[in-house]
Design a protein around this ligand. Sequence first.
Ligand code: SME
Length: 149
Amino acid sequence: MDKRSNYEEVFKRLDALCKGETDHIALMATICCELFHSFEYFDWVGFYRNINGEELKIGPYQGTHGCLVIPFSNGVCGKCATEKKILNVSDVSKIPYHIACSSTTRSEIVVPIVSGNELIAVLDIDSNTLAAFDEVDEEYLCQVNKYFR
Ligand code: SME
């Protein structure tokens, strides 16, 4: 199955699973699970939640353990939280502020999850493959936002 069709299927399942759900943790857990198990090149999928506008704290995730707290001033996740824009890093070794939670990670994509003007969390996906994410991933992963509106 090509990537686009795979995303279409994933979102169909998520639409059904998440229908009527407003609890953020329940939504995050379900989204992580579906994404992690649907793409071979997704090696870590998780949410970091905005705690106080200064720090992100780990939320539901799939994969090996991630760091528990990330300040807005550090990491790709912190930059995404600060700028509220998607970051697609094709080679994490080129990014000095990248926080390495796993030595096998080669590329990473981070998507801001917002409701109105408010940052709820960031969705972080790591891959052990270099330059794993493209504009199709960017387009679809941004759609995760619809469950938090
Ligand atoms: N790499 C992230 C930290 C989180 S872990 O990848 C799970 C960052 O630079 O913010």
